[in-house]
Design a protein around this ligand. Structure first.
Ligand code: G6P
Length: 602
């Protein structure tokens, strides 16, 4: 997730910006940059990679006197991590930094290009600065030009803009991406989270969606759709560790809560009313492709398993999935009409990378679904679709799984569209459901409190079985993996219909069954599977929108319109259950024993 800092005041600005960006390093980034205007002097520095590179480039520079300044750490989503794509982006006389995604940037870019403006970067952000200058050049005051610019933007943004046209002003706007204003004794700060301003500002105002304005001479002018407004500052909390986690106890918890928002970003510009648009795939990408093979490890393997149901059901394309470490040594038969997909959060998992190299040697077309641009797997693939989850810190993957699954679902629809194997009403139904998923991912206080309460009954026992059917089987595998990873309790995911072929022998009151019982997918079948377990005295925790009498514990879900919406809501329940059990057991939630976030060895 990108990071923003801004400063307006008399102090030395380079250090404030660099220190601020350093405090945002935990959010992950692949390039960074700053821009400063002091009087009529404009300075801009950018560097790829770590902040030390930017520090090195700016070592002979220090700002003097009053000025305005902005800085940014970038996590690539539109365009590679290069210096040209790093923020701040430059127009003819203005600079902009931005977090989020401008959904309609292509349309805006085309319009600006038709006006003769040339773009230096591949980013969506650059459109903001050119739009601003276009309106200003046409006679608008700088603030009017900024207002008009904001009105044109669709999507999510937190943005700061500085311009020689108003050298003592910072313009700001927020919609969907976080940003705050910090207040010191004689100066004003901006940041995308508290950490950069702790120790510098004493008070803070957290901008709301739709708010924008400008700061001039330490005075903040704040506007929304109804015009200028007043606002109330709050004292700033000073606990950096808490602030990094946005007030949550663990990164994993923060990441579970973030899922609703990042899912919106994953879909932005890709899920449209009329269909799925994936700019990453050139026209005809699926020509000659008759089958899909997916390789991945761990959680990514579970998203792959889920997608195999979707590719076959929705796109009518044969799809099989393999664990990368198994695939490598089985002497697989590969045919050139197969698209080879790798899925990886980190893009560095050694087994997945090697599987990809094997497929390439066999002449297969390759696509990766990944969270980290320019990672080894992305570089090695013919093309990549980024999941846009932002950096994931918790070792136990949550939002990466959610966004991978979403990208795969989109891809299944895209393949169906391209091949003409999906009909219009089905496509529409799927898209409607997709647009509902962010809602299904919202963690309510009531749900979290319920799982906290319930977790105390699941701290022992001789094992957990997570059971489900169809796409809820891979979700059961993932639920069990989450629990294993952070609670160290034994848990297995199993297809519900298969329990009677062996595992049911384990059933007694100390066997905990977490039953995924969606209304929209084989409800009666799974109900009888759970009844069989209940009859043998297994302890049942049922997750379902439909009340179930035989459950010892019951978590009632809210959505029952579409299997994938149910899938995502149940996913959140299993993540929170694992989290709460782990907390009660006193484990290190974010860094569980024996595990690593990225496994770069075989
Ligand atoms: C490790 C991590 C897992 C992850 C797996 C695959 O085992 O602990 O959380 O699912 O690697 O990682 P990838 O980055 O390729 O998705």
């Amino acid at each position: 997730m990108c990071g923003i800092v801004g400063y307006i005041g008399p102090k030395e600005k380079k250090e404030i910006l660099l220190e601020g960006l350093q405090e945002l390093e935990y959010r992950g980034y692949d390039s960074a940059g700053i821009a400063v205007i002091e009087g009529d002097k404009l300075h801009n520095f950018k560097a790829v990679g770590k902040l030390e590179n930017l520090r090195e480039k700016t070592k002979n520079y220090a700002s003097e006197g009053f000025g305005v300044s902005i800085g940014h750490t970038r996590w690539a989503t539109h365009g590679k991590p290069t210096e040209l794509n790093a923020h701040p982006h430059l127009g003819a006389y203005s600079y902009v930094v931005h977090n989020g995604i401008i959904e309609n940037y292509q349309e805006l870019k085309k319009e600006l290009q038709e006006d003769g403006i040339s773009f230096l970067s591949q980013t969506d952000t650059e459109t903001i600065v050119h739009l601003f200058e276009k309106y200003h050049n046409a006679g608008a005051t700088p603030f009017e030009a900024f207002q008009k610019t904001i009105e044109r933007l669709e999507g999510a943004y937190a943005t700061l803009l500085i311009s020689e046209a108003a050298p003592e002003t910072i313009f700001f706007a927020k919609n969907g991406s976080p940003m705050l204003i910090g207040f010191g004794a004689e100066d004003v700060y901006f940041a995308s989270s508290d950490t950069p301003i702790i120790g510098k500002a004493n008070e803070v105002y957290y901008l709301e969606d739709g708010e924008y304005g400008y700061v001039e001479n330490s005075t903040v002018h704040l506007f929304d759709a109804n015009g200028e407004k007043t606002f109330v500052k709050q004292p700033l909390i000073a606990d950096k560790a808490m602030a990094q986690k946005d007030g949550y106890r663990f990164f994993m918890e923060k990441e579970i809560y973030e899922q609703s928002r990042v899912m919106g970003e994953t879909m932005m510009g890709r899920v449209l009313e009329e269909g799925i648009v994936l700019d990453e795939l050139e026209e005809g990408f699926f020509d000659g492709i008759n089958a899909i093979k997916i390789c991945a490890c761990g959680t990514s393997y579970h998203s792959a398993l889920t997608s195999a149901y979707l590719f076959e059901r929705l796109a009518k394309v044969r799809c099989d999935v393999e664990i990368a470490s198994e695939f490598r040594y089985k002497e697989p038969l590969l045919t050139k009409d197969t698209l080879f997909i790798t899925i990886s959060q980190s893009g560095e998992t050694a087994d997945t990378l090697e599987a990809l190299k094997m497929a390439k040697r066999a002449g297969l077309k390759s696509l990766s679904i990944c969270n980290v641009d320019n990672s080894s797997i992305v570089r090695e693939s013919d093309t990549a679709i980024l999941t846009r989850a932002g950096i994931e810190k918790g070792v136990a993957s949550t939002k990466a799984f959610a966004t991978q699954t979403m990208v795969l679902w989109m891809l299944a629809l895209y393949v169906g569209q391209q091949k003409g194997t999906i009909d219009q009403p089905t496509l529409k139904q799927e898209i409607d459901a997709m647009l509902h998923t962010p809602k299904a991912l919202v963690v309510t206080d009531a749900l979290h409190a319920k799982l906290h309460r319930l977790s105390k009954r699941y701290l022992h026992g001789h094992g957990f079985f997570f059971i489900g059917r169809d796409i809820f089987y891979p979700l059961a595998l993932e639920g069990a993996l989450k629990l294993k990873e952070i609670s160290y309790l034994h848990a297995e995911g199993y297809p519900a219909g298969e329990m009677k072929h062996g595992p049911i022998a384990l059933a007694d009151s100390e066997l905990f069954t977490i039953a995924l019982m969606p209304k929209t997918m084989h409800y009666d079948k799974i109900k009888s599977n759970v009844e069989e377990l209940s009859a043998r005295d297994a302890t049942i925790c049922a997750i379902s929108p439909l009340p179930f009498d035989l459950a010892d514990d019951f978590v009632q879900t809210t959505y029952s319109s579409h299997p994938m919406v149910e899938f995502f809501e149940m996913m959140v329940v299993t993540q929170l259950l694992a989290l709460e059990i782990s907390v009660r057991l006193g484990n290190d939630v974010d860094m569980p024993r024996n595990l690593a976030k990225s496994v770069t060895v075989e």
